[in-house]
Design a protein around this ligand. Structure first.
Ligand SMILES: [Fe+2]
Ligand SMILES: [Fe+2]
Length: 215
């Protein structure tokens, strides 16, 4: 992974989240640093499954969410919703950095050959196709729920923001059945931005975060 892209993505995510001026955001950013948000992968074996992948993914989602927000909301509504868009896009995958003092992703070690009489110990190696796996020490809680839990420790999410993060996987998420018929604009916007970024951008043409916010 391109170190410059990781660095620029980190600066971009921090700048945009700070721009919301949400009470507690600086403490949350410190917490994100501590739990390894800026070095975590974005997935186990799919999009950006490498060190720093999560922050690059997050910066990309924030940019698409901003673009969509400017198009889909009226100028007046965009002004009102701007901070919420940055908050939900910036924090939607926070749970992928970990929670309950445990990392969400750990190195995926797979069997390396078979033990023989001469070498009876099973050897292991890092998987190349799926370098990370979800930590088996974690209970079965999906990452959007961990994201709202972690964010809630430091900042107050509005009900719309909480809903958007919790249901950001839309009809592909584990909560799809519960979401059906209850979709919301902010949640749908976040889902589109996340889906577009993960499915169509990453691994093909990586987004380069904008250096300056021209507003
Ligand atoms: Fe996610
Ligand atoms: Fe995501």
């Amino acid at each position: 992974m391109n170190e410059k892209l990781i660095k620029e993505s980190k600066e971009y995510v921090i700048k945009k989240l700070k721009s919301t001026k949400r009470a507690g955001i600086s403490d949350l950013l410190e917490h994100m640093e501590e739990i390894g948000f800026f070095t975590a992968p974005a997935s186990g074996g799919n999009h950006l499954c490498c060190e720093g992948g999560l922050v690059v993914h997050t910066a990309g989602v924030m940019q698409y969410a901003e673009k969509l927000g400017k198009i889909l909301y009226s100028p007046e509504d965009w002004k009102k919703m701007k901070a919420s868009v940055y908050i939900v896009a910036g924090l939607h995958d926070l749970g992928k950095a970990g929670a309950f003092n445990k990392a969400y992703y750990v190195e995926n070690m797979i069997k390396d050959g078979r033990p023989t009489k001469a070498n009876p110990d099973q050897k292991y190696k890092r998987s190349e196709s799926k370098p990370y796996e979800i930590n088996k020490d974690m209970l079965h809680i999906d990452h959007p729920q961990l994201s709202v839990k972690e964010a809630d420790l430091y900042i107050e999410l509005t009900e719309e923001e909480y809903f958007a993060i919790l249901f950001h996987d839309g009809m592909y998420g584990s909560l799809a059945y519960y979401l059906k018929g209850h979709e919301r604009p902010l949640q749908t916007l976040l889902h589109f931005a996340d889906y577009w970024e993960a499915q169509f951008v990453e691994g093909k043409e990586l987004p380069v975060p904008e250096k300056e916010d021209k507003e």
